[in-house]
Design a protein around this ligand. Structure first.
Ligand code: ZN
Length: 273
C-alpha cells in the first residue's frame, strides 16, 4: 500500500480503493491512509472467499454483506460509501437491486465484452458481459447488465475479450500495450473513460511463500485447466516486477492528457448520479 500510494502521489492520481470488510476490519489504519491522500473509499463486499461471490449468494445474503461492509467502512472513514466493485467482478442480475436497497449508487463490476474462455470462476455466468453496454449507464433494477431507470449507475471496466486488469498486465505485458492503444482510441471516439483494476497484493513478492493451489473443481481436467495453470500464470511478474509495468501504463495516459479520478468523481462530473 505505501508503494502504491507513493506512485499515485508522484503522478497526481486520485482513485477509488475498494476494501473488503474483512481487510478493513483487520487494517482500519490503511483505510484512513487512503482517505488522507484524497482517494475514494469504496466497498468490495465482505471477503474474497469463493462462496461470497455475488453471483452465487442468495439475494438476502447479498444485501447483508453489502450493508455490513458499507457500515464498517463508514464507521472507519466517517464518510458515506456509495461505490461498489464485486470480488472477482462476480455479480448476478439481482445485485443491482441489492445495491440500490442498501444505499449504493455506483457499481463498477461489469467488464463489457470480456470473454474469459471459461477459465475464471463463474465463467459461464460471465457470458452476460458480452452484451453489456460499454459506456457508463443507469442499470435496470432487474439486471445489472442492462440499461434501465434504477438509481444505480454502472461504470463498466475496460475490456475487449481480455480484461484490463493487473493480472493481464503482468502475464501478457505485450498484449496490454496493444490494449491501451485500443482503449485510448475508444476514448477519443466515444469519450468512454479507461477503467483499470489492480490489487495492492500484486506488488508484493510472495515467491518465498508456499503456494497452495486451491481445488475449485472436482473434475481432474478442469482442475488442471482452471486451478493449476491459472495459479501458475497468476504469479508471473508478481511483486516488484509489476511496478515498472504499471508506471509505463500510467505514463502512457499521462502523456496524452488523461485525468485519473475516482469513480465517484467521474459520475458527479458527468451528472450521472
Ligand atoms: Zn478483489
Amino acid at each position: 500500500m505505501p508503494l502504491l500510494l507513493d506512485i499515485y502521489r508522484r503522478f497526481n492520481i486520485k482513485t477509488t480503493f475498494f476494501f473488503t470488510g474483512y481487510m478493513a476490519g483487520l487494517f482500519p489504519e490503511v483505510v484512513k491512509m487512503v482517505l488522507k491522500d484524497g482517494h475514494e473509499v469504496g466497498s468490495h463486499g465482505k471477503s474474497h472467499l469463493p462462496e461470497n461471490g455475488f453471483d452465487v449468494m442468495p439475494f438476502e445474503k447479498q444485501k447483508q454483506h453489502l450493508a455490513y461492509t458499507k457500515k464498517l467502512l463508514e464507521d472507519i472513514s466517517g464518510q458515506e460509501v456509495i461505490s461498489f466493485r464485486a470480488p472477482a467482478l462476480r455479480v448476478g442480475e439481482h445485485t443491482a437491486r441489492a445495491l440500490v436497497e442498501t444505499g449504493h449508487r455506483i457499481d463498477s463490476s461489469v467488464a463489457s465484452q470480456r470473454f474469459d474462455f471459461f477459465l475464471s470462476f463463474g465463467g459461464f455466468k460471465k457470458l452476460k458481459w458480452l452484451l453489456a453496454p460499454r459506456a457508463a449507464y443507469r442499470t435496470s433494477l432487474e439486471s445489472i447488465f442492462k440499461k434501465g431507470n434504477s438509481p444505480l449507475v454502472e461504470v463498466p471496466l475496460s475490456a475487449f475479450f481480455l480484461p484490463y486488469v493487473g493480472t493481464t498486465m503482468r502475464i501478457f505485458p505485450g498484449i496490454t500495450s496493444l490494449q491501451r492503444w485500443g482503449f485510448h482510441g475508444e476514448t477519443l471516439l466515444t469519450g468512454k473513460p479507461v477503467v483499470f483494476d489492480i490489487h495492492p497484493n500484486e506488488f508484493i513478492n510472495e515467491s518465498d511463500q508456499k503456494r497452495v493451489i486451491g481445488k475449485r473443481s472436482k473434475n481432474p481436467v478442469t482442475h488442471l485447466l482452471k486451478d493449476v495453470i491459472r495459479s501458475k500464470l497468476k504469479v508471473k511478474n508478481l511483486g516488484p516486477g509489476a511496478m515498472p509495468l504499471y508506471e509505463r501504463k500510467i505514463k502512457f495516459y499521462k502523456s496524452r492528457g488523461y485525468a485519473f479520478i475516482p469513480v465517484r468523481d467521474y459520475c458527479e462530473n458527468q451528472e450521472l448520479l
